[in-house]
Design a binder for this molecule. Structure first.
Ligand SMILES: [Fe+2]
Ligand SMILES: [Fe+2]
Length: 483
């Protein structure tokens, strides 16, 4: 690996390791975009805490051995930079019909529209999640959690910069227009919504936030991994660095759910409750019962599965053929990396039954990525279930069936139980609150959502973390609240 582009230039308005000073056109375009971004951040970023000092990490290098430094910063002053992972010398396109050719440093003309669309869709998710999470600071269960929320938010902001750089540098006037549109759309807006469904949903409480960072940021991970394989080298490099940051987002989700589950189990034990399904008694303890945690999991997992698109997709096949978007861990797969003669097993609805059918592998690439995703999700469940088992409770959190609660793909027109049994409309309407959070479930969780601003203190529904951020002690003041 070539490691000469490791330090970031922090002198200009836009920190970067892409030598912006030598590229006056792109530098000017980005500087022109900057005020609109800051306006967007002030309007749509974390509400109520913009003037607070937050203990945040900022990337100062792209060296995997030490790339971030921590310090107090007011979020609008965060240094959002453009950081590409170091170039790999002589990198080759690792899949598709250009397999083995030299990776592109410029956009191939014939793939321009397809590539632009991929970049815009990825870019659109980044500000969307900031918008979805903007009210959560006000109900943070601790300063530690509040800091983690804001860290995720500023980094999603940086991911927007990463995609906007690609648009501004490689897509001329079209790219500039798309960059403006990325600041114009709003999560949940009726006339200018974000592009993908899950990014227009609400994140009403902290359990949703943890589920979102565990499940939906993990979709981001899978998409970034596929784009990191891209034959278009600048996209590959920018996605590789984004993945470094993304790991923390999923850590926040996994440990957030772990701590919620742990606190619930501790409270049930202390109160002598033997049946974790005794929802009323558990809720009276001021903790979130395990069945409700399962329902939240069902909701966020199923919404996220929709982000993978239809099981069979010519767009996915075209993007792969073109060498633009590869598979998860493409370079580690032992096959021909062209897939013209391969098949892949796809779950389909055949004569009213869910069947596994072998389909040509190219159009089935969304399904494959979704399977890789599901496998990746399972690790968290093992950890959460271990906490429950260790506490002595006979209750297991499970991923719902892929046919459950879907709006996109093979199962969008049918209803299924969380176990994957097909049911009719009437049964679905009658029973759906067994599997998805109801209004009352949401209201109950809402009653627990209150701020805890004392350093080292935690709201009663969640256990403290095992270790602090940046090895700070338990009572560290991660956010200095302005009063
Ligand atoms: Fe992101
Ligand atoms: Fe993320």
């Amino acid at each position: 690996m070539n490691v000469n582009v490791i330090n970031v230039d922090y002198n200009g308005l836009i920190p970067n390791n892409v030598d912006l000073n030598a590229d006056s056109r792109v530098k000017a375009a980005l500087e022109k975009w900057h005020p609109g971004y800051i306006n967007w951040w002030n309007d749509m970023g974390p509400e109520g805490f913009q003037q607070s000092l937050v203990y945040l990490r900022t990337a100062y290098s792209v060296d995997p051995r030490g790339w971030a430094k921590f310090d107090y910063v007011r979020m609008p002053d965060y240094r959002w930079g453009i950081l590409l992972a170091p170039a790999e010398e002589n990198r080759k396109i690792p899949f598709g019909q250009h397999y083995g050719e030299k990776a592109w440093q410029e956009v191939p003309g014939e793939y321009r529209a397809m590539l632009r669309r991929l970049v815009v869709i990825q870019g659109d998710t980044e500000p969307a999640s900031v918008e979805q999470q903007r009210h959560l600071g006000k109900t943070a269960p601790s300063l530690y959690d509040m800091r983690n929320l804001f860290q995720v938010n500023v980094e999603e902001g940086r991911h927007l910069w990463a995609m906007v750089y690609i648009l501004q540098k490689y897509f001329g006037a079209d790219g500039r227009e798309e960059a403006e549109e990325l600041l114009r759309r709003r999560s949940g807006s009726a006339d200018a919504p974000r592009m993908l469904g899950a990014f227009n949903e609400k994140t009403p409480d902290w359990l949703s936030f943890f589920m979102f960072t565990y499940f939906t940021d993990r979709d981001g991970k899978m998409q970034l991994h596929s784009l990191a394989q891209s034959g278009f080298d600048p996209l590959s490099r920018t996605c590789r660095f984004m993945l470094t940051e993304e790991a923390h987002h999923m850590f926040v989700g996994e440990t957030g759910i772990s701590r919620t589950v742990q606190r619930t189990c501790e409270a049930m034990k202390a109160a002598g409750i033997e049946d974790p399904n005794d929802v009323e008694r558990v809720r009276a303890l001021g903790v979130i019962d395990l069945p409700t945690i399962q329902k939240k999991l069902n909701l966020h997992y199923s919404l996220t599965l929709d982000l993978f698109g239809s099981e069979l997709s010519t767009n996915a096949a075209n993007a792969y053929n073109a060498g633009l978007k590869g598979r998860f861990h493409e370079t580690q797969i032992a096959d021909d990396h062209r897939l013209n003669n391969s098949t892949y097993p796809v779950l389909k609805l055949v004569d009213g039954k869910i069947r596994q059918v072998d389909e040509p592998a190219l159009p089935a690439l969304n399904m494959r990525l979704r399977d890789d995703y599901t496998e990746d999700c399972a690790k968290g469940l093992l950890r959460w279930n271990k906490i429950i088992a260790t506490a002595g409770y006979d209750f297991r959190l499970r991923l719902p069936h892929v046919a459950f609660h879907r709006q996109i793909g093979e199962f969008k027109d049918v209803h299924a139980t969380s176990a994957g049994e097909l049911i009719d409309d009437a049964t679905w309407r009658k029973r759906k609150n067994e599997w998805l959070p109801s209004q009352q479930d949401g209201d109950f969780i809402g009653t627990l959502m209150r701020t805890e601003f004392d350093p080292g203190k935690f709201a009663g529904w969640i256990a403290p973390p095992k270790v602090g951020i940046d090895n700070k002690p338990g009572d560290f003041e991660y956010v200095k609240i302005e009063t």
